[in-house]
Write a protein that binds this ligand. Sequence first.
Ligand code: 4UV
Length: 551
Amino acid sequence: ATQTAPDLDNNVLNSPWGEIKVGDETLTEYVFSDYELWADKPSVTCGSSGRSYQYGMLRMMVERCAMGLIGHMRLSPGERIGLILPNIPEFAALIHGAIRAGLVVTFANPLYTAEEVRKQFTDCDVKAIGTIEMYMPLAQEVSKSLKDYKGTIWVGGEDDKTNGIFGLRSLLMADHKADLPKLNCEDVCLLPYSSGTTGMPKGVMLTHKNLVSNLKQIQCPKMMKYKGEKGHGDVILTVPPFFHIYGFNAVLNYNLTLGYHVVSMPKFTPDDYIKCLVEYKPTTLFVVPSLLAFLATHPLVKKEHLVSVETIMVGAAPTTDSLLEKFLLKCEKTKDEIKLLQGYGMTESSPVTLMTPYIYPFNKIGSVGQLVPSTQARVISLTTGVSLGSHKSGELCLRGPQVMKGYLNNEKATLETMDSDGWLHTGDVTYYDDDHYFYIVDRTKELIKVKGNQVSPTEIENVITELPEVADVAVVGVPDALAGELPKAFVVLKPNNKLTEKQIYDFVAQKLTRYKHLEGGVAFLQTIPRNAAGKIMRNELKVLGSKNNKI
Ligand code: 4UV
């Protein structure tokens, strides 16, 4: 059954799920608030090596890591630490250790190029990096550009003081007593990067309060009804990276708070994923649409592999009804036997704002759900800006305690994204039905989503502009069945200059990580369509791009 009609005042929607008590704990306090109840149970297990820590051990590692960062590495509260780590159990120890120490954490995709990491880490003035052996050359290369650098933490390695390297193990074992600072829940503790509605990736300032509020919002026992209980014995298999807000807060922290067993995969391969399904018999899978497509369509995935699965949480990019239905056919389960829940959110909102409640009617398949507790929405007309009623599409605006403090050192972008009444303008086009279930139908912002990963067109355009032959360029996303979207470049060459599509593709490939490569193609134009204000008319290019995918 659907919920009773929520308050509706001037087309401002309130959550039908009421209010939460806004978080006044710090993130690490909240995530480990009940750990003693399951201290001997596994917390995070590496799906490929089997390496695993019990909750009691993880909690101790967090505390010792915090002391090591302060007492041994001489980092000070408020300073920034950058993590270049895949989904391994030590991620949880290091990130919560740093947050407990009062440091502000930024994380980067380990597959980024040195240039991409350098941009991010210099932008927020990183003083220490945590990484594993495989990415040590990347970390050391980036660290050369960082001011007053205090050292690299090597997860799985030993001290090498001459090179400023601290082995994580010796950091944890070091005999020192540091006074850990008293933290304020209004302080920023996380700086994930997001391009938001326009431009280059920016540091998103999230406070303890933002992140804890969001955990409470998605742990609302009414909305998730059956799973109010903690320590339920659930086993989670997750691929979404912990270095993205979805993987970090909505997956890792969400499940650690509840005492569940998180099986993480440092690298996705079909064989390893199926091996984990068989070995760990997960009850819940956290996926992005392209991973759901893998489960639904890959010949190696059999229905026997999915027998233990009760719930699948899918988010980070649009999912189609036909994909959800294909998946149900594959596992031969009904919608009541396996819950396909969707979550919608943004880095700027910690991330979750909309979620399908655990019990929802079948005709709502394809909806991203309802407002989580303590969250309000307005859908505003793209032409007039007025708030619209049900069944009318417009830009989704959101307000709640999970919304960021702003972008780091970028007041202009903050003001463009958050208005004076605290509404976050998402750049997503949506409508809601009479039961206040939301449907995402389009995106007005420039952002491209490739397999759930953010791709900023501006970032690719800036790279292509470095080519001396190029007069003008615009990058847009074109639809792709598997990845969702792929970046495609439209390039105007200077008169009498020559470049091939391949030269442009290769140039971008040298500078940016794999999922930002121009897999949607390169096309040459005489001019880039711009409006009177000089803004690229991306919609025209999108139409051109999808009609003519392989120009
Ligand atoms: O900033 P970001 O990279 O953030 C995310 C967040 C993913 C989440 C959030 C809550 C969940 O419960 C969950 O399962 C996953 O990806 O990108 C934000 C943009 O991604 C698109 C939309 O354009 C956002 O502005 N997006 C995120 N989730 C969805 C989506 C969705 N369910 N359906 C359609 N688009």
